[in-house]
Write a protein that binds this ligand. Sequence first.
Ligand code: GLN
Length: 194
Amino acid sequence: MTVTAGVVAVQGDVSEHAVAIERAAASHGEEAEVREIRQSGIVPECDLLLLPGGESTTISRLLRREGIAPEIQAHVEAGKPVLATCAGLIVLSVDANDDRVETLDLVDATVERNAFGRQKDSFEAPLSVAGLDDPFHAVFIRAPLIESVGEAAVLAEWDGRPVAVRDGPVVGTSFHPELTDDARLHDLAFFGAD
Ligand code: GLN
């Protein structure tokens, strides 16, 4: 079977997500046809969506301007899966504590941009993730802090703080699972959904 995977490509690290979803699909004997999303009309054709990292201010502005934001909301309302990483998670949250980010209110969590502090702008850590047997090597780059979670379930914590959450069909991570060769997070988000 072929799944149509849409990667929001208005800005951010797109190709790494394309590789990861292809790998995750292959491990299930499926193929992923990757579509890059820069304008409206593509999201409704996608089985699953990826929102990459980048700059949440820019991404949220372009998603609104291009009319992609309501399509993503309809995708989630239809119960179709999404993986949102770093800036992607910020954009899907209910509040990013920053007026420049118009959030889509799809993950019941509030976030604080760039909250891990300058000296820790980037770091890597082994994480225990609910649903994965072995630790996941997580790469954090100017990562958001997940301040509070409402209905969302916490999948992983670092230093006592949530860094991966699931809200219905959406999995959001503060880190970048697409930057390693390990596609288990993509697998969990898209093929391991309960
Ligand atoms: N700091 C970025 C933001 O606030 C997110 C960083 C990232 O996606 N790696 O939008």
